[in-house]
Design a protein around this ligand. Structure first.
Ligand SMILES: C[S@@+](CC[C@H](N)C(=O)[O-])C[C@H]1O[C@@H](n2cnc3c(N)ncnc32)[C@H](O)[C@@H]1O
Length: 293
């Protein structure tokens, strides 16, 4: 799949303005995906600049390698929680800036075999790293009803969490719920369409966050970042749902209280109407930035 054709990076201008890359700085793109933000960071960097691109998805590393053909770039398959290990392996002790553009990429969503898409006949999967064992199928077919309800509420803000959890358990007692389409059809029978949002959006998001341990990964990635940033170094985080944004907001606030971080965005920066028109997948983005003290 051609990354350049399917993925439009979100809030690039805002990220670059806040990151304000130094020509010879060391930058980390912790969610390299299709390389959209990395390309822009490299445009600001000089000959001695370096960019470390990280992603937990092997296919993102392969696709971004086709876009980031540049001797200043090093790509590694890793998770946020492995940030310090990756950098220490590269003998990098400190960094000038980092970007986290959370969630899934178009590359993952559009590949129907990965089981992220509502319309896919493929098995429920949703693993960003295909070498891990827990899949969306396991969550949907094995989690107890109360645990399903809790993740739908906590990670999806789904008002119909209880009804959907109950219906999943009822249906799977007859036959396992195997494909993405089977699950989204079940949800559609309970919830009617919400504006432009597919009724299954929140449930799919919640399951994805659960199986990829996205909240724990984010917390650990932020913790390691503050240790790695130089004084004056900058952190940019784009999140796409309230739970993630809350983690970032609280983390920034706590670090500011400890005197380690200065918050550069008192309120999250939202994408412009113009950007949302050009790229509707940017609509829920919230961008926060900080500077290491
Ligand atoms: C929204 S996409 C990034 C797109 C990228 N900024 C671009 O413009 O091309 C998010 C990427 O982060 C990766 N990702 C999500 N959580 C991760 C984690 N904990 N560790 C490493 N990569 C992660 C996903 O696999 C996905 O490729």
């Amino acid at each position: 799949m051609d990354c350049k054709k399917i993925h439009i990076p979100v809030m690039v201008r805002e990220v670059i303005e806040l990151l304000s890359p130094e020509v010879d700085g060391v930058y980390v793109d912790a969610t390299v995906g299709c390389g959209g933000h990395s390309v822009e960071i490299l445009k600001q960097s000089g000959f001695a600049g370096r960019l470390i691109g990280i992603d937990r998805d092997e296919s993102a590393i392969k696709s971004s390698a086709e876009v980031l053909i540049d001797s200043r770039v090093i790509l590694r398959k890793a998770r946020f929680s492995e940030l310090k290990d990756v950098l220490s392996e590269l003998n990098i002790e400190q960094i000038d800036g980092i970007i986290f553009d959370l969630g899934v990429s178009m590359l993952q969503l559009k590949d129907l075999s990965r089981g992220f898409s509502f319309h896919s006949e493929s098995m429920l999967d949703m693993r960003m790293d295909q070498t891990t064992s827990l899949t969306a199928w396991d969550v949907v077919n094995k989690y107890p009803e109360n645990k399903l309800e809790q993740i739908f509420r906590d990670y999806g803000d789904e008002p119909f969490a209880r009804r959907i959890a109950r219906e999943i358990v009822r249906q799977r007692s007859r036959k396992p719920i195997d494909s993405c389409k089977e699950l989204s059809e079940l949800i559609k029978r309970i919830i009617s369409r919400r504006g432009r949002l597919h009724p299954a959006t929140r449930i799919f998001q919640a399951i994805r966050i659960e199986i990829n341990r996205e909240i724990d990964e984010l917390k650990e990635g932020l913790r390691q970042t503050v240790e790695l940033l130089k004084s004056g170094g900058r952190i940019c985080v784009i999140s796409y749902h309230s739970g993630e944004d809350r983690v970032v907001k609280n983390f920034f606030r706590d670090e500011e209280k400890k005197g380690r971080l200065k918050i550069l965005t008192k309120k999250p920066i939202l994408p412009s109407i113009d950007e949302i028109t050009r790229n509707p997948s940017a609509r829920s983005a919230r961008f926060r930035g900080g500077e290491k003290l």
